[in-house]
Design a protein around this ligand. Sequence first.
Ligand code: FSA
Length: 417
Amino acid sequence: MPLTKDNSILIVGGGTFGLSTAYHLAQAGYTKITILDKGDSIPSPLSAGNDLNKIVRAEYEDPFYAELALSAIAEWASNPLFAPHYSQVGYLLGNSAAAPEKSKRSLAKSLASIERHPAFAKQITAINSRDDVRAVAPALDGPMDGWTGYFNRLAGYARAADALRSVYVAVKEMPGVDVRLGRTVVSLNHEDGNAGLAVGVNTASGKETYTADLVILTLGASLANLLPSIGQQITAKSWLITHIQLTAEEAVQLEGIPVTYSRDLGFFFEPDRQTGLLKISPSGAGFTNRNNGISVPLEKNDFVPPGEEEAVRNILREHLPRFADRPLVNSKMCWCADTADSEYIIDFVPERKGLVVATGDSGHAFKMFPVMGGWVRDLLEKGQQDVARWRWKEGNDAAAAEVSWRVGSTRDLSEVL
Ligand code: FSA
């Protein structure tokens, strides 16, 4: 039976994929959309998008994603819902002298995806010397000796939590959208003699059941908790996100600095203009939390794994040494849903009528927030996934992911805590 705008649609998870999906469906005139989220507020503490800021850039080793990210940047720059949360400060991407060859190769490939692309004409400057860095980011006064890479002006960052909040506020006012918070989905069952699904929910005060023609699971790295059949296709991996507090004066000195990513060390953003918080995240291949083989996020994430503080201080010493000893604040582990090939999974679940997943961010999805819900809508309306790379990935083992832009190897938190 083809989908109509009056079919009931339940979105489980009000994070990045979930809110974008609700927004696109409501805009297209769907009339019965319900979002369920476990948190008592949106953005929910568990959402990876609940973060001060995220990188927005369109250079990819794969031109397919470069085009999608360009379409997202166009929305970030011009759609009044997203534009207040986007700062196009540019992206300074490179490798310190000691970076592994792998890192240098991946960067050269990303650069190739944009060098001859008309959208990037006059936007890219190669960085081959310390003076080249100074010319584009004079406020970075660390050694950065032998640092090479490029500066891309058609990029920047999104104030991620703010963007989620705005879309949430907009969506819940849209006709046909209902949001229920404090709802933990614990079961998914097919109703007897009916094509729809019955979704069992725990709340603080008891149990509820929701029924819908279509259920879309947008649970990020936590998806395997509810849908074990996704099995090895996604692996929850976490990275440290932390901040240093700058004074108002210090923050002004760094106003407008590009998002800076030394592939082998990590990345940081301009200080938040409201709070003076400067976000930093060290490089690495991520930390898993394996229980019986499959990695799922921890509930409590306000810790710094051993060695990671030193990694953050290295980033500061290299780029902004005057802050190298500042205390780290609001540290947390941010959980991504990694796939084996870093492709998203946006598809119907085989053998489960009416059940859809939109997941597998693989650490590169937030920038797509303005457009990703449109891909889910396309899937629903076509009734099948035409984009082969986003299909359900039976047999793929995300644990074997070898991601070109990451350095080091994945470790389980049980080995380090
Ligand atoms: O798409 C982007 O530019 C995000 S990169 C941020 C990052 O921390 C990765 O560097 C890391 O390897 C992991 O994938 C989480 O996201």
